[in-house]
Design a protein around this ligand. Structure first.
Ligand code: C5P
Length: 215
């Protein structure tokens, strides 16, 4: 039995990695599986919310009851988020969004040549989706994630302030990407608290309860 703590609420979630093309058959991505974001989407639906999930490429099924929109690049994720932002109550940015895209991606497959010339990739910065949503007019309640490999307590608190969000969820990104177990710390204006270490389904439910209590 799940308490309907988000009954009547609208929740927008990003999840998964992004994929930034180099050419039509190659690209740059990361190890995010999407499991945490999908588990949060499922938990929000169970709690009574209407859930829209903007997802990068993953191997996961659409969480039951949720509406999923699939994207590849950070720019597409940004555009899909803003296309669905009106009247959302909560925005949860779980996606591992690429910081950069290849600005000179090729329309044709890059070819090896006899001289052994190497491809020269150039990069351009991607939009910070969470920071933009948090700064937007009528911003929903925004929740960010921070995967850090060290100094989680210090970096988590800093990131919450930098992104200007009321709640930031930190996890130690060492052997957690793609795993079912996870450990989460919540940072808010009061400080930080830990969620009981558990599987992603249970953590997602705990997180939804914490978000509902802060609305
Ligand atoms: O700055 P950093 O990538 O560490 O911040 C992570 C948080 O910001 C996550 O919630 C992630 O989904 C969000 N983010 C975003 N757009 C970006 C980069 C990160 O929404 N371009």
């Amino acid at each position: 039995f799940t308490p309907k703590t988000l009954q009547g609420k609208r929740v927008l979630i990003t999840a998964g990695p992004t994929f930034e093309p180099i050419d039509p058959v190659r690209g740059i991505t990361n190890l995010s599986s999407g499991k945490m974001g999908y588990a949060i989407a499922q938990a929000a639906f169970e709690a009574g919310a209407t859930v829209e999930l903007i997802s990068g490429p993953t191997a996961l099924d659409t969480p039951y009851g949720c509406q999923r929109y699939q994207v590849q690049t950070a720019q597409q994720m940004h555009d899909a988020v803003f296309a669905h932002l009106t009247n959302q109550d909560i925005f949860i940015a779980v996606a591992a969004v690429a910081d950069w895209h290849v600005s000179n991606a090729s329309d044709q497959k890059l070819k090896k040549n006899h001289a052994g010339d190497l491809p020269q990739l150039s990069f351009a910065q991607n939009p910070d989706i969470l920071a933009e949503v948090a700064a937007s007019k009528h911003a929903p309640f925004c929740v960010g994630f921070a995967a850090e490999s060290e100094n989680l307590i210090e970096y988590g608190a800093q990131k919450r302030l930098k992104k200007n969000v009321p709640l930031l969820v930190g996890n130690i990104a060492q052997n957690t990407l793609g795993q079912d177990q996870n450990e989460l710390l919540l940072f808010d204006a009061q400080g930080h608290t830990a969620l009981a270490p558990s599987d992603k389904t249970s953590l997602a439910r705990q997180l939804i309860t914490e978000i509902a209590a802060r609305l």
